[in-house]
Design a protein around this ligand. Structure first.
Ligand SMILES: [Fe+2]
Length: 333
């Protein structure tokens, strides 16, 4: 009898659950703060499943209509594009999101939305300044044995090359990738922070990294990482009059095709793009806001304002396969 009553109680609680279920690949303190804040403000419980990006995407695919996930939160537009192509998202409509997020940072049909922006920049050692200008210039002889970056399995580099394919065509993009590979100071290894550690150790002259990692090192509890960050200066490439601007990517989110809490999911995305949440993203995780009415944090402002490449981001997803092929062909491994 007690067992039956307990089952009924569990059934009643789950039917009545005011919740939203998120699959996320992000693992930042900013997000934990935001999940709590959302619950406090709306009474909607946030259940989070966290795993690496490929695992979480595979899980969503395999679960199909039985997935408990209402939202997929991930980084890089390449992944958001892939999730839409695979039919993992559904289209939603939100006047607020359409108003505050510039159109190139979201899917036109409402399948995914950027929640933060990140710039992929060049960094150098302040004690060893080096003349820098564009991504294209990195292909020049002048940077022989000077460049550090991640492997080509890294989606940030795939999207950077995809942007060059979009702007310059495949042929030029391939020549660029080949020459940059020839200019590597070492075989690509490690993440963006590792490139900066190597730069500070004098292994190379310039590294290609995402801006928020500079902020993360600067605020690290690790003394030597803090010291690394203090030795690093940021350079925003492609700023000249006729240049397209610095490469921008997003961290983004979409409502899953089989979401059982669709209304709550939309509320959650709107919350992430609200000024109060955007301010937390920019001050705690050092990312740029997508909401056009919110300013970057003081630290980000201290890095300087810059011209952004305003390419329609879906094109990076569209050119992802071509980018991967080029990387394999030129040996950027
Ligand atoms: Fe990252």
């Amino acid at each position: 009898m007690i067992k039956i009553l307990l089952s009924l109680l569990i059934l009643f609680v789950s039917l009545d659950a005011n919740e939203v279920n998120i699959y996320t690949h992000r693992h930042y303190p900013s997000d934990k703060i935001l999940f709590k804040k959302f619950t406090k403000e709306t009474g909607i419980k946030v259940n989070v499943v966290q795993a690496n990006s490929d695992q979480i995407m595979k899980r969503l695919e395999e679960e199909g209509k039985y997935t408990p996930a209402d939202l997929l939160l991930t980084v890089d537009v390449g992944r958001l594009y892939y999730a839409k192509e695979k039919g993992l998202f559904q289209s939603i409509h939100s006047k607020f999101l359409e108003e505050v997020i510039p159109s190139h940072l979201r899917d036109k049909e409402g399948y995914w939305f950027g929640v933060t922006k990140r710039a992929r920049v060049l960094v150098y050692n302040v004690d060893e300044p080096i003349a820098l200008s564009t991504y294209e210039a990195l292909a020049s002889e002048k940077y022989k044995d000077a460049i550090l970056t991640q492997t080509s399995s890294n989606i940030y580099n795939q999207s950077l090359l995809a942007s060059i394919i979009s702007h310059k065509g495949e042929k030029e993009a391939k020549a660029w990738a080949k020459n940059v590979t020839d200019n590597f100071a070492r075989k690509p290894t490690g993440g963006d922070r590792d490139q900066m550690r190597a730069l500070a150790a004098g292994i190379a002259k310039v590294a290609i990294v995402n801006t928020y990692y500079v902020g993360q090192l600067l605020h690290s509890k690790n003394f030597s990482d803090k010291a690394v960050a203090q030795m690093i200066a940021i350079f925003f490439p492609n700023q000249g009059g006729n240049e397209r601007g610095t490469h921008i990517n997003i961290s983004g989110i979409g409502v899953t095709k089989y979401a059982k809490n669709k209304e709550n999911a939309i509320k959650f995305i709107e919350f992430l793009c609200s000024p109060e949440a955007q301010e937390i993203f920019t001050s705690v995780n050092f990312e740029y806001p997508v909401n056009k009415n919110v300013a970057p944090s003081k630290l980000l402002q201290s890095w300087g304002s810059f011209k952004e490449d305003n390419i329609e981001l879906y094109k990076l997803g569209e050119n992802n396969a071509k980018a991967v092929k080029i990387f394999n062909e030129v040996g950027w491994n």
